[in-house]
Design a protein. Structure first.
Length: 267
């Protein structure tokens, strides 16, 4: 089993050293993990949320040093180097340069901001928008598609992060979701099954099970992620996934399929 979405203290809103996460993963019986701190992002809202969302660019070498120390300290676990990279329209040049300058194993694409929105453009701040939820979903999915089209990323993280309780995206946007899933497949990307939503009020993974099933039907490769923000989160909830073919990465390339995790409830 592997877990491909793990944060750490460098993210500032997560806690725990890389070694603590690695030891927690080994205790859970994992064979492999990938650290995915939020990308340093000096070109877009660096002080947003009190500066507690990500490390500064100057801290990144220290993160890499701690990653190597964790590898030496926990030799029984394969530890990959990844990044969770926000896609925001207009930041492509910075992202392209940063991603090309570092030997990552996996680059997750996330959409936490939508440039077309007013104010802070934060996807969790829906109350400030005032438009129908369906139109908000339109904008979010447009940003997801635009990010995929850049060719900068390997895997779409928490695909339906924008969803609100009782308003699943697939009910109103099935066609758009299917088109995006097919675009991912055509671009050689994968999608994450992020189980962190099961720890939150939404009570289900990102994406929801019907979207996971659609992805499987369309032949889109999937990776598992706990979105751990403390060591106790590592692998938490991954046992809920069953029967799904999963892939592993090395050097930003898919290297194998497996059936580590077994039958999504309701599948």
């Amino acid at each position: 089993m592997h877990d491909y979405h793990i944060h750490c203290h460098f993210c500032r809103h997560a806690s725990g050293s890389l070694e603590e996460y690695a030891r927690a993963a080994l205790k859970q019986g994992l064979s492999e993990i990938c650290f995915t701190p939020h990308v340093p992002f000096p070109v877009y809202r660096p002080g947003f949320y009190g500066g507690s969302l990500r490390m500064d660019l100057e801290e990144f070498p220290r993160y890499l040093e701690e990653l190597e120390r964790a590898r030496r300290a926990v030799p029984g676990l394969r530890i990959l180097s990844g990044i969770e990279a926000d896609y925001v329209e207009g930041t492509e040049e910075f992202l392209e340069e940063f991603l090309a300058s570092n030997p990552f194993d996996l680059v997750l694409m996330s959409v936490h901001f939508v440039r077309a929105w007013p104010g802070n453009q934060w996807v969790f701040d829906l109350s400030a928008d005032g438009r129908p939820l369906e139109r908000i979903y339109d904008d979010y999915l447009h940003a997801v598609r635009a990010g995929i089209e850049t060719g900068l990323f390997d895997c779409v993280a928490h695909f339906d992060l924008i969803k609100q309780p009782g308003h699943p995206l697939i009910d109103t946007h099935r066609t758009e979701i299917q088109q995006i899933v097919r675009l991912c497949r055509e671009r050689g990307m994968s999608a994450e099954v992020n189980v962190s939503g099961s720890r939150k009020p939404i009570g289900e993974p990102y994406p929801a099970w019907p979207i996971v099933r659609l992805m499987v039907e369309e032949g889109l490769p999937l990776v598992p992620g706990s979105d751990a923000h403390e060591p106790s989160h590592v692998a938490a909830g991954l046992e809920a996934l069953q029967g799904t073919q999963l892939v592993r990465y090395r050097g930003r390339r898919i290297v194998e399929h497996g059936t580590d995790l077994l039958a999504a409830p309701g599948a």
